[in-house]
Design a protein around this ligand. Sequence first.
Ligand SMILES: NC(=O)c1ccc[n+]([C@@H]2O[C@H](COP(=O)([O-])OP(=O)(O)OC[C@H]3O[C@@H](n4cnc5c(N)ncnc54)[C@H](O)[C@@H]3O)[C@@H](O)[C@H]2O)c1
Length: 478
Amino acid sequence: MNDKKRVASSTDQENKSRRSFLKTLGLAGTAAAAAPAALAETTASTGIPQYLNLVRSHSSTAANDKVRIALIGTGGMGIGDTQTALMVDGVEMVAACDLYDGRLRRAKELWGDSLPVTKDYREILERKDIDAVINATTDHWHEKISSDAMRKGKHVYCEKPMVQKVEDGHTLIKVSKETGKVFQVGSQFASSLLIAKARELLKAGDIGELVFAEAIYDRHSAMGAWQYSVPPDASPQTVDWDTYLGSAPKRPWDPLRFFRWRNYQDYGTGIAGDLYVHLLTSLHCITGSKGPNKVYSSGGTRYWKDGRDVPDIQLSIYDYGKTAEHPEFNLTTRSNFVDGGGGNYLVRLVGTEGDLSLGFDSLTVHRNKFPKAPGMSIDNFPKDQKELYIQEYNKLYPSRPELEGPKEFKYSFPKDYKGDRYEHFVNFFSSVRSKTPNIEDATFGLRACGPTQCGNMSFAQKKAISWDPINMKILGAV
Ligand SMILES: NC(=O)c1ccc[n+]([C@@H]2O[C@H](COP(=O)([O-])OP(=O)(O)OC[C@H]3O[C@@H](n4cnc5c(N)ncnc54)[C@H](O)[C@@H]3O)[C@@H](O)[C@H]2O)c1
């Protein structure tokens, strides 16, 4: 029996499963009668909600063969990534690399005293028994280590932003094509259930036609503003400072430039590369967009005057032109590390008939169609004109009662959801095992991080910067 026939012949059962699904989402009762189109579509055509389909796809990642991984960059994200990767069946941790002794000791504390560790990532790449590496080094090392790894036959999970500079992005695209290795960027939102649902709702027309998007990433703490703790034994004896500098200008030892690298353009990418890249990743996944064609940024260093050479507040405007994937729209992004309001995170897409608001763990949809009758502003008309206007208006818009439905829908993760990062690693290892293209490849990665480099250029030059989203090229100030 095909799906359509099954649905037609088992309406009772379908209604039952639909009701229990809506109950899970907290949409049972009146809301069920007018669930957003995309939701209605998924449940009506298969009786199975979309998120269950996604979870079910995990069966394809069952551990039919082991994937042996090594971590390069054993800092905060590297440890988090590895712990998450190890939650996926059949993944084994076999080596770690970092430039600071303390982090190599930490790797042994976490993954066993016998774990081989090294300060030289090339030793990891020489090992024939390693299938994939997680590259969680500082931004200025992403391209070199990832390219070297692919050339040595390793698959790569590379943290975001994919590259510090656009030209390095083209190198990664080329190397990943030439070597055929799986290369996935680590902006985990690309694998989020909420992003998948937002994409589905937008496509189904739940908010009408997209006209505007905004994203906010505010913080209010020293850690949030990248003032990380420096370990007491930090010194040129415990840190391989010369290697760390890599392609960056030579300088004498400076523990702040090593442990608080995000604050310096030589090693990081500022607010835009660090945070907006996630927002652009989310937006591009939802809309299918290849990117903006113009970016303007402003801001400054208002509070964290600790020697950093990147702003602590940055505002950007991105112009997205009309394409086959979406209409013309604008995006604004804001990140303020001095947000006395306490911090805020939001990605919101605004359409002609509603909006989609994404928080870290929820998606809220508002629907507000324009009423058919536009209303009148005739108080200042003389009596005869007023009467004539009302007469015509009533002919055009005869008053008829209209049903009122719910205007807000909320989605949140199912209880057993292991998180976007886990989903992202499931997708990565799935690609590695099946040798299929992955969800966030080098081209996607460059389309998300290229415009953020334009944003930083714009901030520095105080001019809008033009970007070619198809060929992924910075076209210069306009
Ligand atoms: N996906 C996310 O949500 C997310 C969150 C945080 C950080 N990140 C990204 O992860 C990366 C690491 O960030 P972090 O917060 O973990 O920084 P971190 O300072 O805690 O760790 C970076 C580590 O890389 C090591 N390193 C630098 N160059 C190296 C080299 N040549 N060889 C070996 N090790 C080297 C450093 O010694 C350091 O221990 C950054 O690119 C960052 O943007 C992503």
